[in-house]
Ligand binder design. Structure first.
Ligand code: AMP
Ligand code: GLY
Length: 432
């Protein structure tokens, strides 16, 4: 079977690496891909949002299965586009249509969805641009810290946590009236602060049946000890010690099952990944957000823990036959370390040659923001490499990732030194 994977990050390199191991995968194309995906399959210079060109390419190369990595093409309706064209209707796709992708594309939609279907989440009220006066009055009754969320996609920056009511009032006016995030903040949610530990849970569903992938913890801040500004994610670890079997059972019965039943009740045919951002509050799961895709860098850790044939699972998802499938997960630990360009998440330089890649082992080196320039591989993004170590303990997995990272360099490369250490501490104190 010929497969097209859409996207260009570390998530896509890890998905490509895992798919390529399947005997069901003949040709694998990645659009547009990066220098890493070109080692696994063939890159195609078509942008993720150029649906007509992607469609034409699929016909030309006899693609049977399309996997959509990032959220933007999903929210823009890539599935709806393929389903609306006679010549593309036979092509199977992993990734929801426009309505299903609203779980990620609109925080107001997803909050209403959770409330309607009894999924535990933070209390929240939504205000529109013309309701800024009411929002200010409402804020007077709130207890800080206060969570303000832009309704639409805002490149991971649309959530602001205000320590005081005064600051929250200032921020909400910036968002609603001054359109701090453009149209994305023409609606803003004022939300109760959930105090707990966060984790990412991943589900692959065909709209009726589902499999639960390994869970992971993401490290969002730029600095050690979770300090400094938010990023796309500076590392990940799996499994997550505070997500034991009792907690995961609650996640399944209180969150996953109501979510999938809710989609069905709402008439949303959903075939794809659901990434559930969860807060564990004293052993109870609360949903922070849904995403209509896999997480990045979580995927780079999660893929190394799946023993099943990923292509078989993806095919079963796309054809509505997941009820026939189970997922085999190995008990090993995975720790992913992001090597980033100096300056990220603010401005940074691109185009620096990366050295040491050939000798970089034993960890997996997934590429995130890289490209080829003549015979060299150069940096081309903020997050450049995702290095995943595996081992029989968290420490062993982290050691492997850090040892491998130490062999790689470029001008101003940066990475956190403490990925997974918090989880190791929790494990140690639980063992005492
Ligand atoms: P999001 O863009 O929805 O992923 O939110 C970004 C981050 O803000 C989340 O990963 C959480 O760390 C934090 N966050 C969002 N909502 C809440 C909440 N209600 N309580 C506490 N933290 C939150
Ligand atoms: N790692 C968080 C995300 O992919 O949104």
């Amino acid at each position: 079977m010929n497969i097209l994977l859409i996207g260009s990050g570390g998530r896509e390199h890890a998905l490509a690496w895992k798919m390529k191991q399947s005997p069901r995968c003949s040709k694998l194309y990645i659009a547009p891909g990066n220098a890493g995906t070109s080692l696994v399959g063939e890159n195609v210079a078509i942008a993720a949002d150029n649906f007509p060109a992607l469609g034409t390419f699929c016909i030309e190369k006899e693609i049977s299965l399309v996997i959509v990595g990032p959220e933007a093409p999903l929210v823009q309706g890539i599935r709806d586009y393929f389903e609306s064209r006679n010549e593309l209707q036979h092509i199977r796709m992993v990734g929801p249509g426009k309505r299903g992708a609203q779980l990620e594309g609109s925080k107001d939609f997803s909050k209403q969805f959770m409330q309607r279907h009894g999924v535990p989440t933070a209390k929240s009220r939504t205000f529109q641009s013309h309701e800024s006066e009411q929002a200010l009055v409402y804020l007077d009754q709130c207890t800080p810290p206060i969570v303000l969320k832009a309704d639409g996609l805002a490149a991971g920056k649309g959530v602001i946590i205000s320590p005081t009511i005064a600051e929250a009032k200032h921020t909400i006016l910036e968002m609603l009236v001054n359109k701090k995030f453009g149209e994305a903040s023409s609606k803003v949610l004022i939300e109760e602060f959930l105090d707990g530990i966060e984790l990412s849970v991943f589900v692959l569903t065909d709209g009726t049946s589902y499999v639960v992938l390994p869970e992971a913890k993401d490290y969002k801040r730029i600095g050690d000890g979770d300090t400094g500004p938010n990023t796309g994610g500076m590392g990940a670890a799996s499994p997550v010690v505070f997500a034991g079997s009792a907690f995961m059972k609650k996640v399944e019965t209180q969150v996953i099952v109501p979510t999938i039943n809710g989609l069905k009740k709402d008439g949303i045919a959903y075939k794809g990944f659901i990434f559930i951002g969860l807060m564990n509050m004293k052993g109870e799961p609360y949903v922070i957000e849904y995403n209509a895709r896999m997480g990045d860098p979580e995927t780079e850790a999660v893929m190394t823990r799946i023993d099943s044939d990923l292509v078989e699972l993806l095919e079963a998802c796309a054809t509505g036959e997941l009820h026939n499938k189970t997922i085999q997960i190995n008990p090993h630990y995975a720790v992913t370390l992001i090597m980033a360009s100096g300056g990220y998440p603010d401005s940074f330089e691109k185009g620096h040659a990366i050295t040491g890649l050939n000798a970089a082992s034993p960890a997996h080196v997934f590429h995130a923001g890289t490209s080829r320039k003549e015979n060299a591989i150069v940096t081309s993004g903020g997050r450049v490499l995702a290095i995943t170590g595996n081992g029989t303990s968290l420490e062993a997995a982290a050691r492997q990732a850090y040892e491998t990272a130490a062999k790689i360099s470029w001008k101003d490369a940066y990475y956190r030194k403490d990925i997974s250490q918090d989880l190791a501490r929790i494990e140690q104190s639980a063992a005492r």
